[in-house]
Design a protein around this ligand. Structure first.
Ligand SMILES: Nc1ncnc2c1ncn2[C@@H]1O[C@H](COP(=O)(O)OP(=O)(O)OP(=O)(O)O)[C@@H](O)[C@H]1O
Length: 720
């Protein structure tokens, strides 16, 4: 349609003039000057700079190209309509194809699979080279940094002129992580074409999260599609991404804790969030009586065996296992929990009963959402103060009379303190007027208010905890570990058999344990860096054959392992694979070539139970010999038994010498006086100077004992 003619004809005021102009225009190439002139005052175009510009362009195109601009406008309009039509058709066609010939899987950002996929996608070259990317600051954990450092990555740490390490520019050097941006992407994987759509949606959070105001929260979703009526290729892709994610997790223990309250309750997000993945703690690094270690290891292994659930079910026993680790602070309760999780390749789920955002329903929901096999760690269970109240009802201090007692006790103490102060100042005991407020009064009042708030708080009661642990709706399959410094304060209901099946006691270090800590601190790096021990390292043929629970697993079916645990005909457990200890006996150490496995086997000391030189004292073993079990693998044993020198503090030292120093160190530490954590602290301050540690241990022991006798809880610089 010729718009110029149409408009021209529709403007009556200019009909006559048009006739003349038309003749001129036809001579000049039909320029629509008249049209514009006519329309401008009518539509007020002359006031609109944009329209003015448009008119100039309109004229220009017409004059220069000799084409009627109306044709161009018409063509653009048609193109636009065609593209819209194409869009509609494409969407309809794609929806049809998707419904009948494609498969898709959606992944929510609140799920772990999302993390797996994102990590995998970020490592795909096709994605990295994509034009639509999302950049994120990649957080580097302490252990990854170590890997970087080992690999001599250019990001290696710099030193400042004074020779000290300097990390100021470290963050700046960290490269960001690129993932596909919001929108649609396509990629090939193993010969298949996949579509990936990353979308964002807003969810209403009535809890208000941190600001306590209802708000919308963004949540992401990934949709993976592929051609074909089976989603199998996508499932394979997800499996691959998961394997990729856990590639280096074999040597890691993942630590999780409850997610934020708002995520758990309102966003339908995950109940647990990962807070750390740390290197597996090798079992041999936990210094503990071998018998105790073996007991818990064997028990846990039996419990986690795939045949166990049926055995339990057939007998109507709930599939749950609980351990109580008790003992003074710093004796290795948490360390053993982590080492156990590492041995069995389980994640650790840590719950703090002090978490103000945790109530009984949450606790139950958390236990219900645990994976099939995992370790649940409830630390310092005594400090939560869960016990029955006087009328025999289960309650926490928040609702018990105990707290009230504590409150009034404290008030009484405050009053006594005031009186003492008065006495010391020689002032007479004048009754104070109600208006004479002092700082102590204010403090007392504040405490009263905080106690009142504590009372109001809906905390976790003992019955709530018991219900979560082994109520009818409670999760089965988990291993529950409770740790406590004061087992005697626990309610017997909490630790009755069925809830706690095994109790492991920890105590201050014996001399043998002090010696072992010394060896571990200074042994060569090669010896320390043994592969993370898995359960399969312990061959349990003999044990299993006597077990009522499990079918005998043929020895050959167990994966090849660097060390094995077995029991002799008397039931004493010994190491039969080369996980051998180094004899404390110098004669044996010197000049003995222990590469011969038979020699190693001969060297294996008997378990404390069968060894007359050692004596079991409940939680610890006294005696000279260090732990024979779980100590180190064949290679390390070879190194340790040999007289090969390794460098420590740039000075050569043979293992024989190290063991000799360790013996002396152990004999100078009084048994049962220091926790392994304290000894570790002392050694860490001298972590590269074993000879200095030996020279200073006596002074340290005397200094600490003296300070303890003086009631001091802090160590002076001279003692440290
Ligand atoms: N038996 C042990 N063997 C090896 N290291 C130990 C042992 N006990 C303590 N440590 C060291 O001491 C530190 C504290 O240990 P851990 O946290 O396991 O003690 P804990 O008994 O759980 O203490 P708490 O009761 O205060 O929680 C850790 O660094 C650990 O390596």
């Amino acid at each position: 349609m010729d718009f110029t003619r149409f408009i021209r004809g529709s403007t009556p005021s200019s009909t006559t003039a048009n006739a003349t102009h038309e003749a001129n225009n036809s001579a000049e190439g039909s320029l629509p000057r008249d049209l514009l002139d006519t329309l401008s005052p009518l539509l007020g175009f002359q006031f609109n700079p944009l329209m003015k510009l448009f008119m100039i362009l309109y004229e220009l195109v017409g004059n220069r190209l000799g084409i009627d601009p109306t044709y161009i406008l018409t063509a653009i309009g048609l193109f636009w309509a065609a593209s819209k039509l194409w869009d509609q058709l494409y969407t309809a066609f794609y929806a049809l194809v998707r419904r009948h010939f494609m498969s898709s899987i959606e992944v929510s950002s609140s799920d772990d699979i999302y993390l797996h996929l994102m990590k995998w996608l970020a490592a795909q070259p096709v994605m990295v080279n994509s034009r639509l990317l999302f950049a994120e600051t990649a957080s580097v954990g302490a252990w990854e940094e170590q890997d970087d450092f080992d690999a001599m990555n250019p990001r290696a740490i710099t030193q400042n002129p004074s020779g000290f390490l300097n990390f100021s520019s470290e963050e700046a050097k960290a490269p960001p992580r690129f993932t596909p941006a919001l929108g649609t992407h396509n990629f090939w994987f193993k010969g298949r074409y996949f579509g990936l759509s990353r979308r964002k949606e807003s969810l209403f959070d009535p809890s208000g999260g941190t600001h306590n105001k209802p708000q919308y929260k963004d949540k992401e979703k990934l949709v993976l599609t592929c051609f074909g009526r089976s989603p199998e290729p996508i499932k394979r892709l997800l499996k691959h991404a998961k394997e990729h994610y856990y590639l280096d997790h074999d040597a890691k223990t993942i630590v999780r804790r409850p997610s934020q309250q708002s995520v758990r309750r309102y966003s339908h997000g995950p109940m647990w969030q990962t807070v750390a993945d740390r290197p597996v703690r090798p079992m041999q690094t936990v210094v503990l009586d071998d018998e105790q270690k073996a007991r818990v290891l064997l028990d846990m292994n039996e419990y986690l065996h795939p045949a166990t659930p049926r055995w339990y079910a057939n007998r109507g026993i709930p599939l749950r296992r609980g351990y109580l680790f008790y003992g003074p602070p710093g004796t290795g309760k948490t360390s053993l929990s982590f080492a156990l999780a590492g041995v069995f390749g389980l994640d650790i789920y840590v719950i703090s009963l002090f978490d103000p955002g945790l109530n009984e329903e949450d606790l139950l929901a958390l236990f219900t959402s645990l994976p099939r096999r995992c370790v649940v760690l409830l630390e310092d269970i005594d400090a939560a103060g869960l016990r029955r109240s006087e009328n025999n009802e289960f309650s926490s201090p928040s609702s018990s009379a105990e707290t009230k007692e504590q409150n009034s006790e404290q008030e009484q103490k405050d009053k006594d303190k005031d009186q003492d102060k008065d006495k010391a100042q020689g002032t007479t005991q004048k009754p104070k007027k109600k208006t004479d407020w002092e700082v102590t009064d204010l403090a007392r009042e504040l405490r009263r208010v905080s106690y009142a708030a504590h009372f109001d708080k809906k905390g976790i009661t003992l019955s709530g905890l018991l219900n979560a642990i082994d109520g009818v709706a409670s999760h089965e399959g988990r291993v529950l570990i409770m740790t406590t410094n004061k087992p005697e304060t626990l309610d017997e209901a909490l630790i009755r058999p069925g809830r706690i099946d095994l109790q492991i006691g920890f105590s201050a270090a014996t001399q043998a344990q002090a010696r072992e800590l010394f060896v571990r601190m200074y042994e060569s790096e090669d010896a320390v860096a043994s592969p993370p021990p898995k359960f399969a390292e312990f061959s349990l043929k003999d044990h299993l054959s006597s077990s009522p629970l499990l079918p005998v697993t043929p020895f050959s079916e167990l994966p090849p392992t660097p060390c094995s645990l077995s029991s002799d005909k008397d039931g004493n457990m010994t190491d039969v694979s080369g996980v051998t200890e180094v004899e404390a006996d110098d004669e044996d150490d010197e000049g003995n070539d222990s590469n011969n496995k038979n020699d190693d086997l001969d060297d294996v000391p008997k378990s404390p139970a069968s060894n007359p030189s050692t004596k079991s004292t409940g939680s610890t073993v006294t005696g000279k010999k260090p732990s024979p079990l779980f100590l180190r693998n064949n290679n390390n044993t070879r190194k340790l038994n040999g007289s090969t020198a390794f460098n420590i503090d740039n000075k050569p030292m043979t293992h024989v010498e190290l063991l000799h120093l360790a013996d002396q160190f152990g004999s100078r530490v009084p048994a049962g006086q220091f926790s392994p954590a304290e000894l570790q602290g002392f050694l860490l301050m001298r972590k590269k100077t074993p000879r200095r540690a030996l020279a200073e241990i006596d002074a340290w022991v005397q200094g600490v004992l003296r300070q303890r006798a003086g009631g001091s809880k802090v160590l002076s610089l001279s003692v440290q």
